[in-house]
Design a protein around this ligand. Structure first.
Ligand code: NAD
Ligand code: MG
Length: 394
């Protein structure tokens, strides 16, 4: 372990949580509550839900917060902050929080490509990056991964936390395949025709995980699994072909690594994000569980299946993007963010999501990834192109 993670014996790990009002952020706060003897929350950010941000700052005695959406810079709730609390405002404010000297570990729990700048900023320091924001790696993995110091980046995404743990103590070059598990989402087994009639409320009901709206829709289209395959490709330094998606309906096997000799090491446990969040803080140690334990005597069966990438086109599009690499995953991600927002707003259908993403990918001239500025420009282009494609379909 490097740099500031060598906290003095018995000292608390000082944590910044970016996106503290979201599904991951709130669960991270719960982990910090349960392990208050080991974890100290020192900085928090939120985009717009200022009331929840202020309540969390008061509960955890945090004296530095960031409101990343300037439209919320003057919310009345800010008046309830303890005297002396520093309030940073704007897109760059989350990056500033990451770089403060009194932070040992930053949890990036922002949703979407908006998390990339913060992830990159953490990697300029020797602080730990607890990474929930998979879009950072999908979009900027080529820039981020070469900057990671040994043991600095601990994945929070449950599958990637699982894979990370299945690799521990093994020789990575003796791995044969990664089995990336997928619940299949609420529409497992459905036809394209059935999917075309899905409403936002149908898609927001995920069978096994309770998550933010964007990732819940991504889980229903299987774009989430496509993004996770690209995320795993970067994190573990392997090709797309090395990573096989397998449906595991109960979400109890969080992923597996198969080795040369045919042995398969799987990670199992409760479907509760507090476990991988806590592991990103406790690593390389393990602390008492923040969640109910699984009783395997009562679990029943574990089912497996093959994903249907012909029906769930997002999975196939993400595979194309991950094979081609360069700036194509950036376009895939940005177009998907716009299409998902449009679906939630009722301005496009569920099956328009993959059509819009495909149009943007087809229209893009792929370049090698060179800089954050280049990615920001391409992201902005893809968002404009996706908006046009949505307007043309409605
Ligand atoms: P969410 O929508 O519930 O919360 C998102 C958080 O990001 C909020 O605190 C919000 O204030 C902040 N935010 C939104 N837009 C922002 C912007 N433009 N700039 C800065 N901050 C912004 O999302 P979530 O479900 O908690 O997911 C967060 C990330 O974690 C995503 O990348 C998701 O893919 C990943 N993840 C989530 C889960 C899960 O169970 N929710 C599991 C694995 C990975
Ligand atoms: Mg996941």
């Amino acid at each position: 372990m490097t740099g500031s993670l060598d906290t003095a014996c018995g000292a608390k790990l000082r944590i910044a949580i970016l996106g503290c009002t979201g599904s991951i952020g709130v669960q991270a706060l719960d982990v910090c509550r349960q392990h208050a003897d080991r974890l100290e929350v020192v900085a928090l950010s939120a985009h717009s839900r200022v009331r929840e941000l202020v309540d969390a700052a008061r509960e955890f005695g945090v004296d530095r917060i960031a409101v990343t959406d300037p439209a919320h810079a003057h919310d009345p709730a800010l008046a309830d902050l303890a005297d002396g609390t520093q309030v940073l405002v704007g897109e760059h404010a989350a990056v500033e929080l990451c770089q403060a000297d009194d932070v040992d570990c930053v949890l990036v729990a922002i949703v979407g490509a908006a998390g990339l700048a913060a992830s990159a900023a953490v990697l300029e320091t020797d602080k730990r990056l607890a990474l929930a924001n998979k879009e950072s790696l999908v979009v900027g993995g080529d820039l981020l991964m070469p900057r990671v110091r040994p043991g600095q980046l601990i994945p929070v995404d449950s599958e990637h936390s699982a894979i990370f743990q299945c690799y521990r103590g093994e020789k990575a070059d003796q791995a044969h395949a990664i089995w990336l598990t997928c619940s299949g989402g609420p529409f497992y087994g459905w036809t394209r025709d059935q999917l075309s009639r899905v409403t936002p409320s149908d898609a927001l009901a995920h069978p096994t995980w309770n998550m933010g709206a964007k990732i819940t829709i991504d889980s229903a289209t299987l774009m989430n699994k496509g993004l996770e395959r690209i995320e795993a490709m970067h994190l573990f330094g392997v090709d797309m072909e090395f990573i096989r998606v397998v449906i595991q309906r109960q979400s109890k096997i969080h992923s597996m690594v198969e080795y040369e000799d045919g042995s398969v090491i799987a990670h199992l446990g409760a479907s509760d994000m507090r476990i991988p969040i806590q592991y990103a803080f406790s690593y390389p140690d393990r602390w008492s569980t923040p969640a109910p334990r699984v009783d395997f005597r009562t679990l029943g069966s574990l089912d497996f299946g093959e994903p249907d990438a012909d029906t769930f086109r997002c999975l196939a599009l993400a595979e194309d993007a991950g094979r081609v690499r360069g700036t194509l995953p950036c376009v895939l991600n940005a177009a998907n963010e716009v299409a998902v927002a449009a679906f939630l707003a009722g301005t496009c259908s569920f099956t328009d999501i993959d059509a819009v993403v495909e149009t943007c990918m087809d229209d893009h001239d792929v370049q090698p990834v060179q800089s954050l500025e280049q990615l920001a420009d391409i992201d902005a282009w893809a968002r404009r192109r996706a908006a046009e494609a949505i307007a043309a379909r409605s």
